[in-house]
Design a protein around this ligand. Structure first.
Ligand code: CA
Length: 236
């Protein structure tokens, strides 16, 4: 089975799509916000995934106190949350992502594989190469260093599309499949005019992802893999 459902490029988000880092983010946010008497649930964390730490804390202040958080307020909270997050060490891969990525990499149609992330870690490529050797390359990555406006703005995915067209000039937007797990990421891909497959790797509902505009949703990564391997039904 060699089908890719008409897609020539795949744009993968990272947190919650490649690495299973969201449970640790959610737990760290819940604990630290609770310590500071700010109401914040794991669901809030998943719904806001993709926003900066400052914006997450600020939104909570507005909801709770009707005013914005000052620098002296949000900075220590964010520092605490980051320390707690990093104390857990490296996140494991999402179940099924390794098989999907290596299947794509070895596919005779040679689809382009991009990483499009809000992360700004300089060690990112090394870490990715350790876990998934040869899958990603710097010229096929869009990170926080490459754009001005993060998700849900379309800019990260528009940059990925332009970079992909440098290799494949005829590439059409409908031939690009964004793989996302979070509503704001889905919104970013849709605003860029691309097809968005949402894989629900966290605690949200399928409705949360469809409401953000996802073209199709999957309960897990193997389900997306199976979909891409299944020939498209012919219209009679
Ligand atoms: Ca994500």
């Amino acid at each position: 089975m060699n089908d890719l459902r008409g897609f020539k490029a795949f744009f993968f988000d990272m947190d919650g799509v490649v690495f299973n880092s969201m449970p640790v983010h959610a737990e760290a946010w819940e604990i630290v916000m609770g310590k500071h008497h700010l109401p914040f649930t794991a669901r809030d964390c998943y719904l806001q995934e993709g926003r900066t730490g400052q914006s997450v804390i600020d939104e909570c202040f507005v909801r709770c106190y009707g005013r914005h958080a000052t620098d002296d307020e949000w900075q220590p909270i964010y520092k605490e949350k980051s320390a707690l997050f990093y104390s857990h060490g490296k996140a494991p891969l999402i179940d099924g992502i390794r098989d999907l990525l290596f299947w794509l990499k070895q596919h005779p149609a040679s689809p382009l594989i991009f990483l499009v992330t809000g992360s700004g870690m300089r060690s990112l490529l090394d870490e990715l190469n350790e876990e998934l050797p040869g899958i990603f390359a710097r010229e096929r990555m869009v990170t926080a260093f490459d754009y001005t406006h993060g998700k849900p703005d379309p800019e990260p995915y528009l940059i990925a599309y332009e970079k992909a067209r440098a290799t494949c000039p005829d590439l059409r937007k409908e031939e690009c499949c964004v793989v996302e797990n979070a509503p704001l990421g889905v919104l970013s891909g849709k605003q860029a005019g691309l097809f968005v497959a949402a894989v629900n790797t966290g605690i949200l509902t399928e409705h949360d992802l469809l409401a953000a505009g996802a073209d199709i949703t999957f309960p897990n990564m193997p389900a997306l893999h199976t979909y891409l391997q299944t020939p498209q039904p012919h219209h009679l």
